[in-house]
Design a protein around this ligand. Structure first.
Ligand SMILES: [Zn+2]
Length: 146
């Protein structure tokens, strides 16, 4: 019984935003003031549309007009809650971050408008992304490149 409630507690804590991501041990974090915005995998958030064959294509950037796999990040991983888009010249793929109100996330994506101290946080729906909106946060950052 005790073990069961302990597991239940862990599940409850996790649903509050660990996204299955943990900070690395023996690595100190840094804190930065970062502008955060929300995004989802829709065409509006990720600059794609359907062509005349109903296939998704990029609407901007270096791959404009080419086929797009909806939900695939710039790192090749599929997008999921906890996926963060960042300027990878500042925060490389694999960087782990903790954002108050969002939880833990990992940099696995990039975005045309995501430069410097600005990150995009993935949400399952466009509505949730809009609800997050734009927030300035003190973000804990563990730089661990893959
Ligand atoms: Zn969207």
């Amino acid at each position: 019984m005790h073990r069961f409630s302990y597991i239940l507690l862990l599940i409850l804590l996790c649903s509050a935003g660990c996204h299955g991501i943990k900070p690395p041990r023996n690595t100190r974090y840094i804190e930065r003031e970062i502008q955060t915005t929300g995004y989802c995998k829709c065409g509006k958030c990720c600059n794609w549309k359907r062509n005349w064959l109903f296939r998704p294509i990029f609407t901007s950037g270096p791959n404009k007009g080419q086929r797009k796999i909806v939900g695939m990040t710039a790192s090749g991983a599929m997008v999921k809650p906890g996926t963060i888009a960042a300027d990878t010249s500042v925060y490389p793929f694999g960087t782990i971050m903790y954002i108050d109100g969002y939880g833990y996330g990992r940099v696995e994506d990039r975005g045309g408008a995501i430069k410097g101290q600005h990150i995009d946080l993935y949400f399952k729906s466009h509505k949730q992304a809009l609800i997050w909106g734009r927030k300035n946060k003190t973000v804990k950052i563990w730089i661990v490149s893959k």
